[in-house]
Design a binder for this molecule. Sequence first.
Ligand SMILES: [Zn+2]
Ligand SMILES: [Zn+2]
Length: 288
Amino acid sequence: MFDLHSHSTNSDGQHSVSEVAQMMSDSKVRYWSLTDHDTILGWESARQAADNQGLVFIPGVELTCAPGLPANAKVLEHQGLERASDSWHLLAYFPNIEFQSQQHKQFKTWLAPLGEGRIPRMRTMVEKLSELGMPVDLNAVLARAGDSVGRPHLADEMMQLGYVETRHEAFEKWIGDGKPAHITRPKPSIVDACKAVHAAGGITSIAHPLYYCVDSESLIAYCLESGVDAIECFHRSHSDKYRFELWSAARDAGLSVTCGSDFHGKMYNQTPGRMAVPAATLPIQFKN
Ligand SMILES: [Zn+2]
Ligand SMILES: [Zn+2]
């Protein structure tokens, strides 16, 4: 019934907000959050779409933050990885926010410079690609995006121009983190992001902790210390064993847990919803 993590074309999802709402409803989801990366542009249309589908909509966003803890060597080795993800994602939920209220506006202002969809950053990436011998028309990239332009739109344009075969190749060779045409954007610390979310009456949950390669005990201690309200124990990428381990540890520490499919689209063979979650350990706001 709960899917508190999903993406639309406002960030790197495949489907429009109304299509995502439709698919949530088809999957028998009742409580739905749209959590596009670093943008809340989809909120208005998502609320409308949720009303049309009879869903309870929770305005959300997935914030790209600086890592909270360094990766643990043992966990990296166990997962067969050389390094962990270079950012931590923090889910933020605003179940009670009033649109266009002072809190909403303040949060939007805080978020604005962090958005993946910032045109100045895209312009610089396009310039870099051109220096690397791959001229791209910025307007063509913008035309592919809805309200918020991001790297997937650039990757699609690079495919169209024949510079790469796939999105994956575009990221791996040119525009992924640390690659030649990549421009880093400012990343808030988890602590600062929590403060901004709390100031707007929201709550936070660490997204897909598996990717950060830290042990559960350190992760939970970190959350308690940094003001993080919950952990996304129930993420699609987590094995049953890891879910259980993390959920038990979070429960014992008095931390809430959240549940999300991280739905990006059918072309990734994903389905929304259909994940079991112990409702009693969800953050209180979702229980009604
Ligand atoms: Zn994420
Ligand atoms: Zn996500």
